[in-house]
Design a protein around this ligand. Structure first.
Ligand SMILES: C[S@@+](CC[C@H](N)C(=O)[O-])C[C@H]1O[C@@H](n2cnc3c(N)ncnc32)[C@H](O)[C@@H]1O
Length: 240
């Protein structure tokens, strides 16, 4: 008999050291040198605000999406626990920045830039250590691409609770998940499969969830994971 999703949830085994190793070894298939085309596609309908807004980019790595959002007039706040992508983001995009230690949070730091009219802050710490007080605000919008599915499935409810604590009560955003046949992949690691039923179980008490689009992921995402295919799904979330 195959693995049930209940079994799968407790087997997730991607930890902080794995992420540090992926970055150190350049094993970062998710990195793109361009802004995600679906961010551009969905921005106007689901993320753009009449007033200046703060967009949260959880588990941001060094995504170009932050630069695109900032260039479109948004204040951008990201969080990433591995230091190198935080530094690379600013250096590779030739953006001047300054860095401060986060007091009382070990080696955690914050990287900030207001150069060239941009407003980008990246917290280099564990996502779960962030508070709205530390950010100095609650965020109006969020763009969750390759973040929720990077978290061990038993942590998904905790992740959503933490995300909500950083948002305004009427916040909205986009969430991207992947789905595949969990029986084809012996290793239970990121990117984790998140069926729509699981997403709705976690989110329906707190947000309305609108399915936007299914895409077939390119082979580079799943070929090395012994999978035959992988679907990607975009959802629009609005807090209740
Ligand atoms: C799959 S990558 C996606 C990065 C980015 N969202 C993108 O689209 O390019 C997931 C990122 O989450 C970071 N990460 C994983 N767990 C984290 C945590 N608890 N707190 C902060 N960052 C974390 C990893 O280091 C990695 O850079």
């Amino acid at each position: 008999m195959g693995l049930t999703y209940e079994d799968y949830i407790v087997l997730g085994n991607t930890n902080a050291e794995d992420w540090a190793n992926y970055w150190a070894e350049g094993d970062t298939t998710w990195v793109s040198d361009k802004c995600n085309p679906y961010l551009i596609k969905y921005y106007q309908s689901y993320l753009a605000c009449d007033q200046p807004s703060t967009i949260f980019v959880p588990l941001c790595g060094k995504t170009q999406d932050m630069l695109w959002l900032a260039r479109n007039g948004n204040r951008v706040i990201g969080v990433e626990m591995v230091p190198q992508p935080c530094i690379d983001f600013f250096n590779e995009n030739n953006i001047e920045y300054h860095v401060e230690k986060l007091q009382g949070m070990g080696n955690s730091k914050v990287y900030r830039s207001q150069a060239e009219g941009l407003d980008i802050t990246i917290y280099n710490c564990d996502f779960y250590e962030l508070t709205a007080e530390l950010l100095g605000c609650q965020c109006d919008r969020f763009w969750d691409r390759a973040a929720f599915f990077a978290i061990n499935p038993d942590q998904h409810p905790k992740y959503i609770k933490q995300l909500m604590s950083l948002l305004t009560p009427d916040a909205q955003g986009i969430l991207f998940t992947v789905e595949y046949d969990i029986d084809q992949r012996p290793d239970v690691s990121s990117p984790f499969c998140i069926p729509e039923s699981r997403l709705s179980e976690i989110l329906s008490p707190i947000a309305s969830v609108k399915f936007l689009e299914l895409i077939s992921m390119p082979r580079s995402w799943y070929g090395h994971l012994s999978l035959n295919s992988m679907d990607g799904k975009f959802y629009y979330l609005k807090l209740k």
